[in-house]
Design a protein around this ligand. Structure first.
Ligand code: C2E
Ligand code: MG
Ligand code: MG
Ligand code: MG
Length: 287
């Protein structure tokens, strides 16, 4: 795992980076090897998609899911996005990876909808470099049309920094996605530029309150106030609010008091393989 450990260390901070800067050649060689391995993994389709349920705060029912990529490495087992997304971005491979994730998700959505006709949307995470590519929407359409997945079965998660970087261009692309029938949400809300004034201008359907604000509610009065304010403000703008990283009953109770719409988190379920998610849906339909 040397190459992965090295890559992780580099991304941890300046000090680690300086440490590796003195061993730049070693680092570069390892990085290139890892990049080549990643390329091969894409060709071999070694990636799988896990699903984390999105649950209604009011009813406790699964209303959708977030698609989270995993690398099923033949020697190392399941690898998490933090170990390879950054490098995929640097290596210019994130678009291909993103389309592979969309392809797998579309196939899975068909079975989710077969089991639960009322099943909502699957949310796909987009990286900044994908969002800057003019052909993104055409590629997305190509995949959804291939699988005959209607656009109301999909949602795309983007971050504040992605749209703040080039606001006017981002709004044009967001409008195009919306016109096509896809939903949009702002991921990790509160960690970026957080300009509420701009949020009003973005044609998005929902915001996902970042896990860092949920972690310590209701004990931390500041986080509690922030979470409450985000929910109220988003509702004023007509947006749905989803809380990330809910891992306790008291957190959920607090969010219920705030009138938060949906939540995700270990309290209900972590991200699980498609067949396990399907079993959860099946159970829910039978109850
Ligand atoms: P994210 O979109 O903010 O996803 C939420 C992350 O928090 C996931 O980690 C999820 O497993 C984790 N999580 C959910 N509930 C809890 C909880 O209660 N407690 C804790 N401690 N963690 C929780 P994961 O799957 O490792 O994904 C990390 C990030 O990788 C994602 O953050 C997303 O930015 C990125 N990512 C994942 N899949 C894709 C993809 O297909 N494409 C792109 N571009 N990025 C992806
Ligand atoms: Mg996300
Ligand atoms: Mg998130
Ligand atoms: Mg997050």
């Amino acid at each position: 795992n040397a190459d992965i450990a090295m890559y992780r260390a580099k991304n941890k901070g300046k000090d680690n980076y300086q440490f590796y800067a003195s061993e730049m050649n070693v680092h570069t060689v390892e990085k290139l090897a890892f990049e080549a391995r990643l390329r091969k993994a894409l060709e071999r389709r070694e990636f799988v998609v896990y699903y984390q349920p999105k649950v209604s705060v009011a009813t406790g029912k699964i209303v959708g899911a977030e698609a989270l990529v995993r690398w099923n490495h033949p020697d190392r087992g399941i690898l998490f996005p933090n170990d390879f997304i950054g490098l995929a971005e640097e290596a210019g491979l994130i678009s291909r990876l993103g389309m592979l994730v969309l392809d797998i998700a579309c196939k899975d959505i068909l079975s989710f909808r077969q089991v639960d006709a009322g099943f909502g949307r699957v949310a796909i995470n987009l990286s900044a470099s994908q969002f800057n590519e003019y052909q993104l929407l055409d590629e997305v359409r190509g995949v959804t049309e291939f699988w005959r997945v209607p656009s109301n079965a999909l949602e795309f998660e983007i971050t504040e920094s992605m749209v703040m970087h080039n606001r006017d261009q981002a709004i044009v692309l967001m409008d195009a996605f919306k016109k096509e029938g896809f939903s949009l949400s702002i991921d990790d809300f509160g960690t970026g530029y957080s300009s509420l004034a701009y949020l009003k201008r973005f044609p998005v359907d929902s915001v996902k309150v970042d896990r860092s604000f949920i972690k310590d509610i209701p004990e931390d009065p500041n986080d509690t106030a922030i979470a409450h304010t985000i929910v109220a403000m988003a509702h004023t703008l007509g947006l749905k609010v989803i809380a990330e990283g809910v891992d306790s009953a008291t957190q959920l109770q607090t969010l219920q008091n705030f009138d938060c719409d949906e939540y995700q988190g270990y309290f209900f379920s972590k991200a699980i393989p498609a067949r396990d998610f399907l079993a959860l849906l099946q159970q829910q339909v039978l109850n």
